[in-house]
Design a protein around this ligand. Structure first.
Ligand code: IBG
Length: 221
């Protein structure tokens, strides 16, 4: 056993990408076991590795963890990315849950049929611009700190950066009306562990290619 966390998922961003992001930001090396077929998923099930028969699953500290949020919370707690007290944690949770709602929109966009993409993108950009991004622009403006909570890196910052970059992939000027988020993005992208993750060849997954969608669907459906 190498002692590194082992991530079990398909070779896509999907629900595992926030976990890859958080481990990378924490400076934790990890291994990946890529599910290529439904049989690979079925084997994990019959071996009793999946509490709810689903992935993401992460082997960490002798546990076989499932449920994305539980995994993220464990990593955040372990690596001190989850605030210094209950109130900071509550704030981080609120920010992260809002961002998780935005993330769902971005994640499913990749899987939308071509004839629904334009409308879907318009909805994502409307929600991003009018509901989610203004919240974080205001938080940064009001307290004037570098990070969202407690003037210290937390999982909320990591999630915000992940979502900002995801939005910019869909629409390069997504941050046009948000100057403080632009500087936040520049600052976060320069944190050594994150900078490394953003470089080519890292564990960060690319956007799924249209041609790969059927094979991914075949694993999970
Ligand atoms: N609440 C769970 C979590 O957050 O971990 C949901 C996990 C989940 O939906 N897992 C899917 C799965 O294992 C894979 S991600 N499905 C098999 C089953 O029997 O339920 C599926 C997904 C894709 C693309 I592909 C976008 C979003 C989700």
């Amino acid at each position: 056993m190498s002692g590194k966390p082992v991530l079990h998922y398909a070779n896509i961003r999907g629900r595992m990408e926030p976990i890859r992001w958080l481990l990378a930001a924490a400076g934790v090396e990890f291994e990946e076991r890529i599910l290529k077929t439904k049989d690979d998923l079925q084997k994990l099930r019959t071996d009793g590795c999946l509490l709810f028969q689903q992935v993401p699953m992460v082997e960490i500290d002798g546990m076989k963890m499932v449920q994305t949020r539980a995994i993220l919370n464990y990593i955040a707690g372990k690596y001190n990315l989850y605030g210094k007290d209950l109130k900071e944690r509550a704030l981080i949770d609120m920010y992260v849950e809002g961002l998780a709602d935005l993330f769902e929109l971005i994640m499913y966009h990749e899987f939308k049929p071509a004839n629904e993409k334009e409308k879907d993108l318009a909805n994502i950009m409307d929600k991003a611009t009018n509901r989610y991004l203004p919240v974080f622009e205001k938080v940064l403006k009001d307290h004037g700190h570098d990070f969202l909570v407690g003037n210290k890196l937390s999982k909320a910052d990591v999630s915000l950066l992940e979502n900002i970059l995801g939005l910019e992939e869909l629409k390069p000027d997504a941050l046009a009306k948000f100057p403080l988020l632009q500087s936040f993005k520049a600052r976060m992208s320069n944190i050594p562990s994150i900078k490394k993750f953003l470089q080519p060849g890292s564990a960060k997954k690319p956007l799924i290619q249209e041609k790969d969608i059927p094979s991914v669907i075949a694993i999970f459906h």
